[in-house]
Design a protein. Structure first.
Length: 535
């Protein structure tokens, strides 16, 4: 390392002050550019942690991120928070564990740090806050719910006064594209009512983030009667049949190549019918009566007696009959209508230029008939009931899907190109830096080692080695002397005044040593032997 610093110092001494400043500035600029490029290429990629947030909630999340020493960015006026992509999942899990969005929902933990000497009012307030927090934790576990707020109204109990009923309000912030069914809304109301003493389900109001009332008032329930339940039954049957038909059709035509719609006509009339049927061929004896009379007549004059017997039989007959009592339950299926739209197939063909394209091929009538037969079997088709099954083949409009697909392909290709360019620029910068340093070191070594030696060697050949010089012809010797002087002047011009002075002093010293060795060979040999022995 010291050798490299020494070489760099000796290299810089060859130039003037202005040249030194220029060389150092260029070197620092190149090094700074490479460092900036490496930092830019390795900068973290940010992804959305939460969006459309309340400013107070966003402030609490930012405070926690700052405490955790996690880098973040704010957009949309502070409503959107971005964090490094590799930490999004971890941070979302952490905030979800704390009760969503960095707000630590406090439940019964509020009593862990209870202070001595709290007033009754503070105890009641903490109890209500604990109940609200526990209900928020439970409701936030629903997959459709992003977050919620619960407000309880618990009237104060007073002596000799009839206890008043409480009430509750629940605000639900749902996930985008999700909704709650009527049963789920009633479930939320029942959860709150059964968790807090003195609150009935009809006293719980459930609203969404836009202020729409999701729960129904008791008066509305009475007004609707059974209409709501009838609609839910109809909707449930249609959805079940639709899923069944879509599964069997998509197994034939492929996923996302079929659209199925089912309409069910239900009868909610309750029918009671009693039928009596008589069978004339089946005669049954119901009852039979027999009357017998015995009459005795006496003739005293002739002294004769006559006895008469009379019998009367009465038989009652009745025809055989069957009594049938029929009770028809509601939600009876009167008619089923099914509409199935299937897409065709595509085959790959080559155009005149040899490019491969997809050509639409409609399905044959035989395929449509087979699909219709499968649909009829799946829904329990009944011709006498008037069921309808329609299967049609039309080309689907996939322009939007194809546009989205091409968009994602372009984005992936763009990200790939950006990554390749980043890595390529780093490699090019490192290679350029390597060659620049190599060129600088090579120039320094050549200038400080090879060139002065060459000049000294030429000087030695001319000044201290007449034997070799005598071997040259007279004209060649003069040319060599001129060439050496030009070479000396050329390289001396590149050096700074200080370097030139040191080089001249070094050459002069070298010439004196050579001259001393020539004039006193024995003394020079003795000096060399003593130096070898001391080393």
């Amino acid at each position: 390392m010291n050798r490299i610093i020494e070489l760099i110092g000796r290299f810089l001494k060859r130039y003037s002050i202005g040249q030194r400043i220029l060389i150092v500035t260029v070197f620092i600029g190149i090094l700074s550019s490479i460092i900036a490029l490496v930092v830019w290429a390795n900068r973290p990629e940010y992804s959305v942690l939460y969006t459309d947030m309340d400013p107070s909630v966003a402030g609490k999340i930012v405070s926690e991120l700052r405490d955790m020493k996690v880098k973040y960015q704010l957009k949309s006026g502070g409503k959107t928070i971005l964090v490094p992509s590799d930490k999004v999942a971890e941070l979302r899990l952490k905030f979800a564990e704390e009760g969503y969005s960095g707000i630590k929902v406090t439940g019964y933990e509020i009593f862990d740090n209870a202070k001595v000497g709290m007033t009754t009012f503070m105890q009641r307030l903490n109890m209500r806050r604990a109940l609200e927090g526990e209900l928020m934790k439970t409701i936030n576990q629903f997959p459709e719910v992003k977050s919620c707020r619960v407000h309880l109204v618990l009237p104060e109990e007073r002596l000799f006064e009839k206890r008043k009923k409480g009430s509750a309000s629940v605000v639900l912030y749902l996930q985008p594209g999700r909704y709650l069914t009527e049963d789920q809304v009633r479930g939320v109301a029942a959860l709150v009512a059964n968790s807090v003493e003195g609150i009935e389900p009809e006293d719980v109001v459930v609203v969404d983030s836009e202020g729409n009332i999701l729960s129904r008032a008791p008066e509305e329930e009475k007004a609707l009667g059974s209409v709501g339940s009838q609609w839910e039954i109809k909707h449930s049957i249609e959805n079940r049949l639709q899923r069944k038909v879509k599964e069997i059709v998509e197994s034939v035509v492929g996923r996302n190549n079929a659209v199925v719609k089912v309409a069910v006509d239900l009868s909610f009339d309750r029918i009671e019918r009693t039928v009596e049927k008589y069978d004339p061929d089946n005669v049954v004896v119901v009852s039979e009566e027999t009357h017998t009379e015995n009459l005795v007549s006496a003739d005293t004059s002739n002294k004769t007696n006559e006895q008469h017997t009379r019998e009367n039989v009465v038989t009652n007959y009745e025809l055989g009959k069957a009594i049938e009592h029929y009770v028809g339950e509601p939600s009876r299926v009167k008619k089923i209508s099914v509409a199935v739209l299937v897409n065709g197939t595509y085959r790959t063909v080559k155009d005149g230029r040899g490019r491969e394209t997809k050509q639409y091929v409609p399905r044959s009538n035989r395929e449509l008939e087979q699909i219709a037969a499968l649909v009829k079997s799946a829904i329990g088709y009944d011709k006498t009931r008037g069921d309808i099954v329609e299967v049609q083949n039309l080309k689907f409009d996939e322009a939007a899907v194809e546009a989205e697909k091409q968009y994602f392909i372009r984005e992936e290709r763009k990200n790939l190109i950006v990554n390749i360019l980043n890595k390529g620029l780093i490699v090019v910068a490192l290679v350029a830096l390597f060659f620049i340093l190599r060129s600088l070191l090579k120039t320094t070594t050549t200038a400080l080692v090879a060139l002065p030696g060459e000049v000294g060697l030429k000087a030695e050949l001319l000044a201290g080695a007449p034997a070799e010089a005598e071997e040259l012809p007279p004209g060649e010797k003069e040319k060599a002397e001129i060439a050496v002087k030009e070479l000396e002047e050329k390289y001396m011009a590149k050096l700074s005044p200080e370097a030139q002075a040191k080089l001249r002093a070094k050459d002069k010293m070298t010439q004196e040593v050579i001259r001393f060795a020539k004039n006193n060979p024995e003394a020079a040999a003795q000096l060399i032997r003593s130096m070898i022995q001391q080393s």
